[in-house]
Write a protein that binds this ligand. Structure first.
Ligand code: PLP
Length: 389
């Protein structure tokens, strides 16, 4: 008798790529320099921890409102208006267990059997499983490496069919490090409006910007408020990946449907960590600026060093914690190269093909996950490795 539901046996599920391999090697005791995982190296800032401890001591240990604590949603509302140009009432904001939970809830609430969701490729692969679990079909719209993986509305329009329900946007983009310009987002918005599509906007890297890059929330563009679910998290900005907290902003028509999912899967987000998140949103902005400055310094080291390696060419990411170097000159596939690099040097990076076929010929190197001295050591090992190929 088949015990597992078809939604499990007939979907591709979560693929862990080099992360799975590295985790197994690390568990067996091999020391590794792990640049494949998008995990912040910094500790969560002290004022955020303190606010959480204070909430615990004050007895905030009980059930809370399903969409989130009201003071959290008010703080998020204020931030969304100031920073994202999203001027929404607090009852259009739902607290979630990180961005993963926001995208799961949105996709579950919006995708019907056979609906198509377009992912811009290279993509963050963890959105795929959710679309498939909901009964939807993933349609990949490959962007062009030669154009720096910019948004080309023509390539996306070519993928739209009568079954297309949504476009999933990741801005700033993991893995390419691109921060989409207003013109690129307007092109996408025009398509969404013309074809009556929804947009899931994953903005988990909204704060990690370099060289004056500006983050624009697509939901704030004219005509997009009614069709965009904008998602944010504390994960990357405040080094709070283990806390599991984020939030989404949705049109009023979607809120009841989204709450049907979140109330059934987690009931609500942990009550006392919402106080920590309020401290993040309302605290000294210099703390966030300091964390981003550390990332920028690491980016500068990694991209400069990658460009000195034989057969490697690396564009400068405008945001995120990832470099996406082009390794086509080596003549190897990205998977073979990542595996050889791991075996020979103990440095772990992800193969570009993990992010879809358009990512082939690249590696994703996370510069946010290690200390500066470990990064320098990893770059030394990589430079020797590429020199020996
Ligand atoms: C583009 C993107 N979205 C979502 C996530 C997951 O975010 P969270 O840990 O807040 O669920 C990640 C984590 O790497 C990511 O890169």
């Amino acid at each position: 008798m088949p015990y597992l539901a078809r939604r499990i046996t007939e979907t591709s599920g979560k693929n862990f790529g080099m992360f799975g391999r590295a985790a197994a090697m690390a568990a067996s005791g091999r020391p590794l320099l792990r640049m494949e995982v998008g995990m912040p190296h910094a500790d969560t800032p002290a004022h955020i921890k303190q606010a959480t401890i204070d909430a615990l001591i004050a007895g905030k240990v009980h059930y809370s409102n399903l969409p989130g604590e009201m003071h959290f949603r008010e703080a998020a509302r204020d931030k969304l208006r100031r920073k994202n140009g999203l001027d929404v009432p607090a009852d259009r904001i739902i607290v979630t267990n990180g961005l993963t939970h926001a995208s799961y809830a949105a996709i579950m609430a919006l995708i019907d059997d056979g609906d198509e969701a377009i992912l811009l490729e290279p993509y963050y692969p963890q959105h795929i499983g959710k679309i498939e679990l909901a009964g939807g079909k993933v349609v990949r719209a490959g962007l062009d490496a030669e154009n720096g993986f910019s948004i080309d509305p023509g390539r996306i329009a070519a993928k739209i069919t009568p079954r297309t329900k949504m476009i999933v946007l990741i801005n700033p983009c993991n893995p390419t490090g691109r921060v989409y310009s207003r013109a690129e987002l307007e092109g996408l918005a025009e398509l969404a409006i013309k074809h009556d599509l929804l947009v899931i906007s994953d903005e988990v890297y909204e704060d990690i910007l370099f060289d004056g890059a500006e983050h624009i929330s697509i939901g704030a563009l004219p005509g997009m408020d009614e069709r965009t679910i904008s998602m944010f998290a504390f994960t990357k900005s405040y080094a709070m990946d283990g806390w599991r907290i984020g939030y989404m902003v949705a049109p009023a028509w979607a809120i009841g449907g989204l709450l049907k999912i979140t109330a059934n899967d987690v009931t609500h987000v942990n009550t006392f960590i919402q106080d920590g998140a309020v401290a993040a949103l309302t605290g000294d902005p210099g703390v966030l600026a300091g964390l981003v400055a550390e990332d920028r310094q690491k980016r500068d080291i990694v991209v400069t060093r990658l460009n000195q390696m034989a057969g490697v060419r690396c564009a400068w990411p405008q945001g995120t914690i990832y470099a996406f170097p082009d390794i086509r000159q080596t003549g190897m596939t990205s998977q073979a190269l990542a595996e050889k690099l791991l075996e020979e040097t103990g440095v772990v990076v992800e193969a570009g093909s993990f992010y879809g076929p358009t990512g082939e010929g690249h590696l994703r190197v996370c510069f946010g996950s290690l200390s500066e001295s470990d990064i320098t050591e990893a770059m030394d090992r990589m430079q020797r490795f590429f020199g020996s190929l």
